[in-house]
Ligand binder design. Structure first.
Ligand code: CP
Ligand code: NVA
Length: 299
């Protein structure tokens, strides 16, 4: 595995192996036998805000023996219009790997092509693969695995998180129901090309949550969409709250990638009732990403 650009390009075996390695790295934290990034510098170009992703990568790279170099896109010439392909060719001659958080998926594909470095997607408008790996690790820890489990996603039906969950469901063959306002549902051409019977789309959150083992939500307006307040109005009735969860499986868990907007996509009471899972999920970013770093560094 040279890169992690999207969940879509991983096989079920690769995902399972990453999760198993993340579990080992989590158990061995503080006493790692090897330092696979020793002597390496990994640059992190972020064009969007971040708490969890930035901190977990900086800590993870250090714990694997490497040096993280955080580069806000606005502070480097990229922010003044230097082309991606030139930035990539320069960094490709200096550092050993790249973590990129940006808008267009094509930009990280181009960066990988022109830098010839291992590149990890730290969130684009299309995908958030590192988050999905941490979420799957959390599901494995809390429920023993994803096999035969019923997943629900309540919220924006075509955000980066939803799209990554859709690919994970198809690759790992679990049932996923997405509840979104009609205007925010995945487009028909995407669904036709996907061709996965285990994916259902509804405009009724109660239908999605009924019997679900894992209930997932995310912000209604992703980064870059903050000005689209009219889109937010579509989501009336889509809050994950105690009433909605009454129909879920008795042993259900609630996931949220964070940051959360209480009183919008999730109620204060539900977030706090499931805080143990949600903050374990946040911690798991560190362990899942260390498994990714080890995998791409040795490719
Ligand atoms: N979940 C997540 O990616 O959080 P940050 O935006 O804080 O990195
Ligand atoms: N869909 C959200 C995820 C944040 C981690 C966003 O892109 O803002």
């Amino acid at each position: 595995m040279k890169h992690l650009l999207s969940i879509e390009e991983l096989s079920a075996a690769e995902i399972s192996s990453l999760i198993a390695n993340a579990q080992s790295l989590k158990a061995e934290r503080g006493k790692h036998a090897s330092q696979p990034l020793a002597g390496q510098t990994w640059a992190m170009i972020f064009s969007k805000s971040s708490t969890r992703t930035r901190v977990s990568f900086e800590v993870g790279i250090r714990e694997l023996g490497g040096f993280p170099m955080f580069l806000s896109a606005n502070d480097i010439q990229l922010g003044r219009g230097e082309p991606i392909k030139d930035t990539a060719r320069v960094l490709g001659r200096m550092v050993h790997g790249m973590i990129i958080r940006t808008f267009a998926q094509q930009d990280i594909i181009d960066f990988a092509k022109f830098s010839n470095l291992p590149v990890i997607n730290a969130l684009t408008d299309d995908e958030h693969p590192c988050q999905i790996l941490a979420d799957l690790l959390t599901v494995k820890e809390k429920l023993g695995g994803w096999e035969g489990k019923k997943f629900a996603f309540v919220g924006d039906g075509f955000s980066n998180m939803t799209r990554s969950w859709i690919w994970a469901a198809k690759i790992l063959n679990f049932e996923l129901t997405i509840a979104s306002p009609i205007a925010c549902q995945p487009p028909a051409d995407f669904l036709n090309a996907l061709n996965y019977d285990g994916l259902k789309i509804t405009a009724d959150p109660a239908e999605a949550v009924k019997g679900a083992d894992v209930i997932n939500t995310d912000v209604w307006l992703s980064m870059g969409q903050e000005g689209q307040r009219e889109k937010e109005a579509e989501f009336a009735g889509f809050e994950v709250n105690a009433q909605l969860l009454k129909a879920a499986s008795p042993c259900h868990i609630v996931l949220h990638c964070l940051p959360a907007y209480r009183g919008k996509e999730i109620s204060e009471a539900v977030l706090e009732a499931h805080a143990d899972t949600i903050f374990q999920q946040a911690e798991n970013r560190l362990h899942a990403q260390k498994a990714v770093l080890v995998a791409v560094a040795k490719a």
